[in-house]
Each structure stands twice: as C-alpha cells, then as structure tokens.
Design a protein around this ligand. Structure first.
Ligand code: HEM
Length: 452
C-alpha cells in the first residue's frame, strides 16, 4: 500500500451503501445494538471499505487487520481521536487522554505513564486484593454477574484511583460517576432538569468540585493511589500536570477503567460457566499457586487464565469499534478516503474473520497457546486494546485486576449458568449482557482448598 495518495494509479472512490443497507445497519446498531452482523453484511457486500453518507457526517467503515494498522498506528499523523470522541463524550468527559491529539496528547501521556509503571501497579495489586476478598465473600447463591462486578470494580476504583475508603462521600461519588457514564451514552443530550443527560452534567460538576478540594492534599503527600501519583508526576523538565488536567484525567481514567473491566469479567464468567472443562483447568492453575491472593509478580505466570482472557477479549471486545476523523485525504486498498470523514475500524469484526482466527465462533483459548498463537499472524488482528499512540494505557492494570478477581473467585466458587442459557449480548456502546448474566455460585469446600 502506498503511503502517498498521489502515488501510483488513480485512486477509486470508496463504494457507498445503498439506502436499504444504510437503514438496516442504522437500525441494527441503534435499536438492537448488534454491530457485528451489520458489519459482516457490509464487508461481504462491499469489501474492505464502505461509505455511509449520513448528513452532516461522512462515515467510512474499514475492515480487517490492515485497516486497523493504518488507522490505529497512524504513521502519517492523519487521524484525530479527539474529534470523534469529543462528539461522543466530550461534554461529560472533556480533556481525557483519548480526547487529545498530537503533541499535547504525547506530552500528557508521557507524564501519566508514571502512574502505570511496575512499582505503581504492584502497590495497586496490594491494595486491591483484600477488597476483592471482602467484595466476593457473600457471593454464594444466585446473582447477576454484571451489576456485582460493577459494584466491585467501582469500590476498587474509589480506593485505588482516588484513595478514599468506602463511606457516604464515596457513595455520592459513585452515583455521580454512574450518572456521567449513563449520560455519555444518552441519545437525548439536553441539559433539562430530570433528563439523564442533565444528571450526568451535575455528576461531573460534583466530581470536579470534590477532586478539586482533594487536589492540594494529593499534591502535598506521596500517597500510593493513582490520584497522588498523577498529581506528583512530572516530565524530564520537572513540569507537572496542571490542576484542571489532573482532574479531567482522573475522571476519564475512572470511566475508561471501570466499564471495560466490568464487561470483561462478565464475559469471562459466562464463557467459564458454559465451559466447565476450562473452568476446572484455570481453577487447577489457581489452586496450584497456593496463594489465596494473586500478587503482582504472579500475574504473568497465569498462563491458561491469560489465554482465557485473550479469548474473552477476542469474542467480546468491550469497545466493539474505534472511531477516528481523517484530517486529510488518505489511501486504503487503492481507494481514497476523503478528508473530514469519520473512519471506523472494528475489533468486533476483525476478531471473527476466519482468515485470521480458526473457527471463530468457537470458544478456544488454546488458539493463543505457543505454536498456534493466532493473534501473532498479523500485528493488528487481535486489537481489543486498540494500538498505536492511543494504545490502552491501562492494559496491564486491566490484566492484573481481571486475573486477581478471577484467581480468588475460582478458588472460592464453582459457577454455572442454566443449561441451554445463551447470554443476550448488547455490543454497543460497550459489550454487556442485557439481562445482567444470572449466575449460580457454589462455594468450594474449605478442605479441598487447604488440601492444596
Ligand atoms: C479490559 C479492559 C480494557 C479494554 C478492553 C480497554 C480498551 C481500550 C481501547 C480500545 C482504547 C483505545 C481507544 C481508541 O484508540 O480510540 C483504550 C484507551 C485507553 N484506556 Fe483502556 N481498556 C481497558 C481498561 C483500561 C483501564 C483499566 C484503564 C486505566 C486504569 C484504561 C485507560 C485507558 C486510557 C487512559 C486510554 C487512552 C489512551 C490514549 O489516548 O493515549 N483502560 N482502552
């Protein structure tokens, strides 16, 4: 593929969807929130690129790992992440890292990196583990996995990110935060009292005020929470993040961390419940460690749990699609994508391409085992964390948290879903079960645990 739109034979225009296909994909996405089938239809019918012209926006869907590489790596510095994400969540989560481009983004990311290095992750793991133990202690019986994980990850975030312990103030913070997440997904975006969107704006005001009041203390102490670390982080010239930036990053980080991890834990629980042989394999691995809690240095050694995690993220990428805006004309597969177009790549589609993943409908964690390593056939075939300059900053944190929760859960409970149950997945805007995923947790006898 040429890097320059001017080189080689003249470029073709990207084919446009018919009105019927446009209406069909709009309905599927918006009403049924089922992106995958509409994307598969578009790919089959139009090839690796297709354009929807929906005023006032031109939207181009690109398919496959080469498209992911072009857009996510963005070697030419053409694709803005800020523009589409501002449209989607800019009023509720402005100035988050993902809502920045170019030099500003690079500068902020470099400073923020401090809060994601190994020593920081180690201290987060130490703080997280007792919270997980307490959080799952009474899970025996029937419960809906999604809200249960949501509660758990939000409690963990309040402690690890903000450094506050559970209490009335934390409850207000959690509900403000939930209002913001709901508002960022609402269709009716008017600041009218009583509407979801207004509650989100009010939630934001509350969090900005609360974090603003905490900031001076965070700057002064050398706390181990993410807020303190971000407040103290600096670049090589000794420059720190401005007050408003620390607050906006904190709010965005809580959002980026929370829904994605909840979604992953839920999907993983579903797959392990449906595949008891895999549940036993990863339980054996967990019991083999002979530690009730997973320390930071044990995370990498959870090999089979790692495959299960990767397979879960392949099948249910929490972010099914990733948007950008092309700031100049750009070529893809001999076609010209016009400047100004919203360009969308789709992990949820690539992850099911049989060219890259054998029998993609099968839950088969061993596809990630050495020897098969299907994710290594192309640098951008398995992309649940995106790639390039905006590659997920929290991916190690996410891996640690999911594995730490699963480690304890597997040692304590067997879990199952009703025979014949199929999780009704809502893929957009974030992958989650429509019914919350009802699961039965059965306590494992203590003697079996201590016998190890
Ligand atoms: C399984 C869990 C997670 C998944 C699947 C996930 C996925 C993603 C994806 C796909 C992107 C890129 C979006 C784009 O390019 O438009 C992203 C960016 C980001 N994620 Fe995650 N994420 C997860 C967990 C986390 C956690 C736990 C944190 C923080 C502790 C986090 C912080 C971020 C940040 C700050 C960015 C923006 C990076 C930048 O713009 O430079 N994520 N994530």
């Amino acid at each position: 593929m040429s890097d320059s739109p001017d080189a080689g034979p003249p470029l073709r225009e990207v084919p446009r969807t018919s009105l019927v296909d446009f209406a069909r994909s709009f309905a599927r996405n918006l009403l049924w929130r089922d992106m995958r089938s509409s994307l598969e239809h578009l790919h089959r019918r139009y090839g690796v690129a297709v354009m929807n012209r929906a005023a006032p926006m031109t939207m181009v869907n690109l398919f496959g790992p080469d498209a992911n590489r072009l857009v996510l790596l963005d070697r030419q510095g053409i694709f803005s992440a800020r523009k589409p994400w501002m449209t989607i969540m800019g009023r509720i989560f402005p100035n988050g890292l993902l809502l920045r481009d170019g030099a500003d983004h690079r500068h902020q990311r470099k400073i923020m990196h401090e809060a994601f290095k190994r020593p920081a992750l180690r201290s987060y793991a130490d703080r997280m583990n007792p919270m997980i133990e307490a959080g799952i202690a009474d899970w025996e019986g029937e419960r809906r996995a999604f809200p249960a994980y949501k509660e758990l990850t939000l409690d963990i975030a309040a402690s690890i990110f903000v450094g506050v312990d559970l209490g009335p103030e934390t409850r207000r913070m959690k509900s403000a935060f939930e209002d913001m997440v709901a508002a960022s997904m609402s269709i009716l975006r008017l600041p009218i009292p009583g509407l979801e969107f207004r509650r989100g704006l009010d939630g934001r005001k509350f969090l900005v005020r609360t974090f603003g009041e905490l900031l001076a203390k965070k700057r002064a102490d050398e706390g181990l929470d993410m807020f303190s670390r971000l407040s103290g982080a600096q670049d090589e010239a000794g420059e720190k993040l401005a007050d408003a930036d620390v607050i906006d990053h904190m709010i965005f980080l809580m959002m980026a961390a929370h829904d994605t991890t909840t979604s992953t834990l839920t999907s993983m629980t579903y797959e392990l419940a449906r595949h008891p042989e895999w549940q036993e394999r990863v339980r054996e691995e967990a019991l083999g460690l002979d530690k009730p809690q997973l320390g930071f240095d044990d995370v990498e050694g959870r090999t089979q749990l790692g495959w299960v995690l990767k397979e879960t993220l392949r099948r249910y990428p929490p972010l099914p699609v990733i948007p950008r805006v092309a700031e100049a004309d750009v070529e893809f597969a001999g076609m010209r994508i016009p400047a100004g177009a919203m360009v969308v790549v789709a992990p949820i589609h690539t992850h099911y391409m049989p060219e890259w993943f054998a029998a993609p409908e099968r839950f088969d964690p061993e596809r990630f085992a050495p020897g098969r390593a299907e994710d290594e056939r192309h640098t951008h075939a398995w992309v649940p964390f995106g790639g390039g300059p905006h590659h997920c900053l929290g991916l190690r944190f996410a891996e640690m948290q999911v594995k730490a929760v699963m480690h304890q859960l597997l040692r304590r409970y067997r879990f199952r879903v009703e025979p014949g149950y199929r999780m009704p997945v809502q893929q957009a805007p974030i992958s989650k079960p429509r019914d919350g995923l009802p699961v039965r947790f059965e306590r494992i006898d203590r003697p079996a645990l201590s016998g190890r």
